[in-house]
Design a protein around this ligand. Structure first.
Ligand SMILES: [Zn+2]
Ligand SMILES: [Zn+2]
Length: 252
């Protein structure tokens, strides 16, 4: 028997014995992966990255009815107030399976979801930006220390850590911090959100001078938080910021 045939026979045997099974990271159903996927064949398709038309500056997707074959043009808000980041990449829309995964990661302490989600984002990034320059540092949008103590972890940081493991990049948690506690953004309109987070971040100017940064957040709604964090990085001397977001709300 050749080596390849022996390998196939061994894999068949292991599959037959159920030894190659793993549990889906979302629905926990046992399945036999074909490669390194962490989600079962039912959960993986709805977790495909968003490929429809969206604002190239802030990622705002067009309404579903207008999406097919529509060009990606800047939205009205970005035309009047361009965002501070040099590039933005978001993985998917904040709905369905992806929203469910992110809610469980954020509010139910299911940190095991961060690895598979971060891996999806890393794969999407390599596919969508194959020639992207690698950053000098990767940062997650930080929480205020009091919030961090209450929750015990920062879900954006967990996602960024997973992304950095996949792409072998340095993750920094000491370059950007929250200077004050802000009210929850939920329930506020765009102007109120911007005012709520304005000036609420401070970045380390000694270490950021000339640095190309990737800034990661789990969910983006109006982008006010990301704008405030990105502005702090640039004011501290960062050369550029690329914004990475796991999920974008379909409207704001
Ligand atoms: Zn599943
Ligand atoms: Zn926009």
């Amino acid at each position: 028997m050749s080596d390849a045939a022996l390998l196939c026979a061994s894999l068949r045997l292991l599959r037959g014995l159920g030894l190659l099974e793993r549990r889906c990271a979302h629905c926990l159903t046992p399945f036999t992966p074909r490669g390194d996927e962490a989600f079962c064949p039912r959960c993986l398709p709805p977790l495909a990255p968003y490929r429809g038309a969206a604002c190239p500056c802030c990622g705002l997707p067009l309404p579903p009815a207008d999406r097919a074959n529509a060009p990606s043009v800047p939205c009205g808000r970005c035309l009047s107030a361009p965002p501070p980041w040099a590039d933005i990449l978001f993985y998917g829309l904040y709905e369905g399976t992806l929203r469910d995964c992110l809610l469980r990661l954020k509010f139910s302490g299911e940190l095991a979801l961060a690895g598979p989600l971060g891996a999806l984002l890393a794969k999407h990034l390599q596919h969508a930006r194959p020639t992207a320059r690698m950053p000098d540092c990767v940062l997650a949008v930080p929480q205020h220390p009091v919030h961090l103590r209450e929750r015990g972890y920062n879900q954006a940081h967990e996602l960024a850590a997973a992304l950095c493991r996949e792409l072998r990049l340095p993750l920094r948690h000491d370059l950007l911090r929250r200077t004050r506690r802000v009210s929850p953004q939920a329930g506020l309109d765009a102007a109120q959100r911007a005012a709520n987070v304005h000036g609420s971040f401070a970045a380390d100017a000694r270490q950021l001078a000339g640095a190309h940064c990737w800034l990661l957040d789990d969910v983006m709604t109006t982008g006010s938080t990301a704008r405030a964090a990105c502005t702090a990085l640039l004011e501290a001397g960062a050369a550029s910021v690329t914004l990475l977001v796991m999920a974008r709300t379909p409207s704001r």
